[in-house]
Ligand binder design. Structure first.
Ligand SMILES: Cc1cc2nc3c(=O)[nH]c(=O)nc-3n(C[C@H](O)[C@H](O)[C@H](O)COP(=O)(O)OP(=O)(O)OC[C@H]3O[C@@H](n4cnc5c(N)ncnc54)[C@H](O)[C@@H]3O)c2cc1C
Length: 424
């Protein structure tokens, strides 16, 4: 793009991650004449679902990263820049380097950003390599796990929505398995501390996970969230976050060496700490007046069309969709988006209200096994009938074939089918 020119696209997509590239690919495949612009600052495209395996030494990080240019569909204009403002009243997006661009339809797919400031001491802890996160640097997780020789191994997550809600507990199961295999189980306490009141929202999956918790001897602490990391003492402070409870659910425990700071806060020492950072949308979306009160892009949860601005759509992590934020969810969302964007552009009413919240969480429960949690807005278990072709009939239980799905088949489908606009 030439500096200062005001280009107009039929469809402008913000973000060229999972949701942005899939949207561009499906749209272009359906109608090659569409004039599409895609704003994405990064040279690289990241397959984040495999980060969990990288953090356990079971996958190479370099295999999760490819060149973005190889996935921009033919005929789509890649604008390598950051969007910094949206003006829905004039159908314009402002870019950091290239100025303003006009759109007829805007698709917002800028994903999530991390807000480290929400946990005191977290930034310093990450900078100093005292704590680790598969979300930020999965290779560090693997490095610290190998250095762990016993004590408290703590796995936790914040109260904000996070991408792939199951990822923090996958790290816990893989690490517990690793610790057991290293013969360190008797010297270690694996602690899984989560803000929710149940381990997983889908009952049949929760039952399986509770069995794994028992099998590994994991100390499960529900209803707590991390609020502070003391980097010198190597402790983490947890706050009780369950409503209507006025007592700390993690009591003083000599085995874990925890002690109460007050009625609602407990301090826990750690020898290893993995956490998901607090997560939110990018500030420019909030400043553009298109987000809901919680900061997510305010779309109809079944059609993905914006609730106020009919020519704006959103999918993926940035959208206000009350389901787990995963690439698997995008796989279904993109088909609804495709219908609705094309209808809108041809002057018809948006008719597809078919996204029912499908998401899926591949819960790796140990080396060589996985549970596949597939569900909808109602938290109903909705296993894909295609799993039967893989001879998997009970995907709510750990299965070695599902591990193969996670490690080999899903990355293949992602790079070669989903990002190329092929329905899988
Ligand atoms: C540790 C971990 C484990 C996960 N495990 C799984 C799993 O097992 N299964 C699964 O399905 N999903 C998993 N996910 C989640 C999955 O990766 C995301 O849900 C998915 O990538 C969402 O797609 P997206 O396009 O919304 O966001 P992203 O893929 O993150 O893409 C957002 C894009 O927007 C770009 N962007 C940001 N700001 C701007 C801007 N201002 N202007 C323009 N572009 C911008 C970014 O550079 C990025 O390329 C996991 C994620 C993590 C971190």
């Amino acid at each position: 793009m030439v500096m200062g020119t005001l280009k107009e696209y039929e469809i402008l997509i913000l973000g060229g991650g999972t949701a942005g590239i899939m949207s561009a690919a499906f749209l272009k495949k359906t109608n090659p004449n569409l004039k599409i612009g895609l704003v994405e600052p990064s040279n690289k495209h990241f397959y984040q679902p495999a980060y969990t395996l990288v953090g356990a030494g079971a996958y190479n990080l370099k295999d999760c990263i490819r060149d973005e240019k190889d996935f921009i569909p033919k005929g789509v204009d890649w604008i390598q820049d950051y969007a910094i403002n949206i003006d829905p009243s004039s159908n314009e997006v402002e870019l950091q380097k290239f100025g303003k661009v006009k759109y007829q339809v805007l698709i917002i797919a800028t994903g999530i950003t991390y807000d480290l400031s929400m946990i005191e001491g977290l930034k310093e802890a990450l900078d100093r390599g005292i704590v680790c996160s598969n979300y930020i640097n999965p290779e560090k997780t693997w490095e610290l796990l190998q250095k762990f020789k016993g004590g408290n191994a703590v796995f936790t997550q914040p109260t904000t929505p996070i991408k792939c809600g199951g990822a923090p507990q996958k790290a816990a199961y893989l690490s517990a398995d690793y610790i057991r295999k290293q013969g360190l189980k008797d010297k270690s306490n694996v602690i899984l501390a989560m803000p929710g009141s149940v381990i997983f929202g889908v009952k049949i999956i929760a039952e399986t996970l509770m069995q794994k918790v028992q099998e590994y001897g994991i100390h499960l602490k529900l209803g707590v969230a991390p609020i502070k990391i003391d980097n010198d003492k190597k402790t983490v402070l947890f706050k009780n976050v369950l409503p209507n409870e006025n007592q700390c659910v993690v009591n003083e425990d000599p085995k874990l060496k925890t002690h109460k700071i007050d009625e609602n806060i407990i301090e826990m020492p750690f020898d290893f700490l993995h956490l998901a950072p607090p997560q939110t949308t990018h500030q420019f979306l909030k400043d553009s007046g298109i987000t809901n009160a919680q900061g997510w892009v305010d779309v109809n949860i079944n059609s993905l069309q914006h609730n106020k601005f009919p020519n704006i759509f959103s999918l993926g992590d940035a959208a206000a969709l009350p389901t787990a934020k995963t690439g698997a969810a995008v796989r279904k969302q993109v088909l609804v988006l495709l219908d609705n964007v094309l209808n809108y552009l041809s002057g018809k009413a948006v008719q597809n209200f078919g996204y029912e919240g499908y998401s899926s969480c591949p819960l790796v429960t140990g080396y060589g096994e996985m549970v596949l949690a597939e569900f909808n807005y109602k938290n109903e278990f909705t296993p894909d009938p295609k799993l039967k072709q893989m001879l998997v009939f009970d995907s709510y239980k750990p299965h070695w074939r599902l591990w193969l799905l996670k490690k080999y088949i899903l990355p293949y489908l992602y790079w070669n089918k989903m990002l190329k606009g092929v329905k899988v």
